[in-house]
Design a protein. Structure first.
Length: 280
């Protein structure tokens, strides 16, 4: 379906949604829980928010499918890897590793290797090399980038699979059931984990904000904007998520990226934008 002409409100909703996605990274620093517990809370609250939103619009919730179950696993892996990257390194490093996901999408969709794809791969590789301060594999930056790349690959896999589903299913229902299955998979992992303990009141409050604002609301705004903006516009704006997240981390956490991170990050974000243009 071709989107209707974009309005200023639709573009604003798209940018707010992407900013909220970037804002979610900060909760990895604020919430004193393991990455698995953070993602469990996020998926439970996010699923509830999405269900309420779908019901408010008087639309059916639909039925879970095998594809939803598989994608829920991938979603859980994606978010656990991402928040683990934030925990071991910084918001900037986690987001910049994740920002390489359009390159994985190109590979997974088997696009023909052309000049643009080669250029984006080279730019992203150079950017990652610039960020890494040395060859010590135990370094926080290296571990954070590795986990960020895992989150990028799993998100790319999820995006490719969802692209097939969205042709016959509402995006809101897809997001709902994937969050439900991700929560179902993570619940026993968290409950049976050696460090399991009930979250503190502050962590519960932060999880509510993460689940409602950065998951349910952000997905709703992003999906709504897709009815008015082109896939190209949406993909390019989505590639700016690290920019929003790093700016918010600098403002609210005092995490000021060094010169290496800024230079390498600029190359990675440029590669992501170029790759997004190729995908759209």
């Amino acid at each position: 379906m071709t989107p209707r002409p974009a309005s200023g409100a639709a573009r604003a909703s798209l940018h707010v949604a992407v900013a909220l996605f970037g804002f979610a990274a900060l909760f990895g620093k604020w919430i004193a829980l393991p990455a698995t517990a953070i993602v469990l809370g996020r998926t439970v609250i996010g699923a509830a928010t999405l269900a309420i939103g779908i019901g408010w619009r008087r639309q059916p919730l639909g039925r879970p499918t095998r594809a939803n179950a598989i994608n829920g696993t991938i979603l859980a892996l994606h978010w656990v890897a991402f928040f683990a990257a934030v925990k071991v390194s910084s918001v900037a490093i986690a987001l910049l590793g994740y920002a390489s996901f359009p390159l994985f999408v190109l590979q997974l969709e088997r696009h023909r290797l052309d000049r643009l794809q080669t250029a984006t791969a080279v730019l992203a590789t150079v950017g990652l090399v610039v960020i890494v301060p040395g060859i010590a594999l135990s370094g926080e930056v290296v571990r954070g980038l590795f986990l960020g790349l895992v989150s990028a690959f799993t998100f790319a896999l999820l995006a490719v699979r969802n692209r097939r589903l969205v042709e016959r299913t509402s995006p809101a229902r897809i997001a709902l059931w994937q969050n439900v299955f991700a929560a179902l998979y993570l619940a026993p992992v968290v409950a049976l984990g050696p460090a399991f303990a009930p979250p503190a009141a502050l962590d519960v409050a932060l999880l509510l904000v993460l689940g409602v604002a950065c998951t349910g609301l952000a997905h709703t705004l992003f999906i709504a904007s897709m009815q008015r903006v082109s896939a190209h516009t949406a993909s390019v704006v989505a590639a700016l998520e690290p920019v929003y997240g790093i700016a918010l981390a600098a403002l609210l956490l005092g995490e000021i990226p060094d010169a290496r991170t800024l230079i390498g990050g600029s190359l990675i974000v440029t590669a992501a934008v170029l790759a997004s243009r190729r995908i759209a």
